[in-house]
Write a protein that binds this ligand. Structure first.
Ligand code: 0O2
Length: 209
């Protein structure tokens, strides 16, 4: 397989989705409204991870494009849990891609303690050979969920998926703490928004001559 050719449409999808999602954030700013999107990142899954995941899930290499949903991955990070659902509703109304699956690991967290909302989409990408539909995964999570998932991911990498029991139980407690943090912050969301609005107004005044 020519991996450069294989990766090209995925790299394009990730870039296009990043531009579009960052554009949504920008539009909220232009309209002086609180954006539900804090930041957006994206990546194309590395070759070794694709091969390893396909092997683990028993996917025939010929079917990787149809069966591996997260070769193109974009992450939307929000301040509050409510924001996640606001982003999901906005994605549901878009006409530039089709949602093929939604995985709500927030109302039903994974055994590891992982929480996040995943939206799997079919995205039409223009290539030099014409239109190609590519699967992509949009992960939407709060800052607290992201903090937990990033650290857990590093530990999984370190221990090659076999995290020692003691570390695992600490991770479970940390997941609970992240959940509590989201709950508490949601309760003072309005006050935080007011404070952030006032701060932005002050910054804008400073810029004026
Ligand atoms: P990477 O390195 O982030 O790309 P699965 O069979 O559970 O591995 P599946 O069926 O594709 O994966 O779907 P799922 O469960 O929605 O997981 C897809 C991605 O979600 C994972 O990709 C992770 O990015 C993230 N994820 C899912 N579960 C966990 C978890 O317990 N901890 C962390 N930190 N992230 C998780 P990859 O390919 O596993 O990894």
């Amino acid at each position: 397989m020519n991996w450069d050719t294989f990766f090209a449409p995925y790299a394009q999808v990730v870039e296009e989705l990043k531009v579009k999602l960052k554009g949504m954030r920008q539009q909220f700013e232009y309209e002086r409204e609180q954006s539900p999107i804090e930041f957006v990142t994206g990546r194309v899954k590395p070759k070794t991870s694709i091969i390893e995941k396909a092997r683990r899930k028993g996917i025939n290499p010929e079917n990787i494009e149809e069966e591996l949903q997260d070769i193109a991955g974009v992450r939307v990070v929000c301040q509050f849990v409510d924001d996640i659902y606001a982003v999901v509703s906005m994605l549901q109304t878009r006409k530039d891609f089709q949602i093929v699956e939604e995985k709500d690991y927030i109302s039903r967290k994974k055994d590891s303690g992982y929480r996040s909302y995943h939206v799997i989409i079919k995205y039409p990408v223009e290539t030099i050979h014409g239109e190609k539909f590519v699967l992509a995964e949009i992960q939407i999570r709060t800052l607290a969920m992201n903090f937990w998932a990033t650290n857990e991911h590093s530990l999984n990498y370190k221990y090659a998926g076999k995290i020692p029991a003691e570390v695992k139980s600490r991770l479970k407690r940390a997941a609970e703490a992240a959940f509590q943090l989201d709950e508490e912050m949601s309760k003072i969301k309005h006050e935080i928004h007011e404070a952030q609005k006032a701060f932005r107004r002050k910054e804008e005044q400073k810029k004026q001559p």
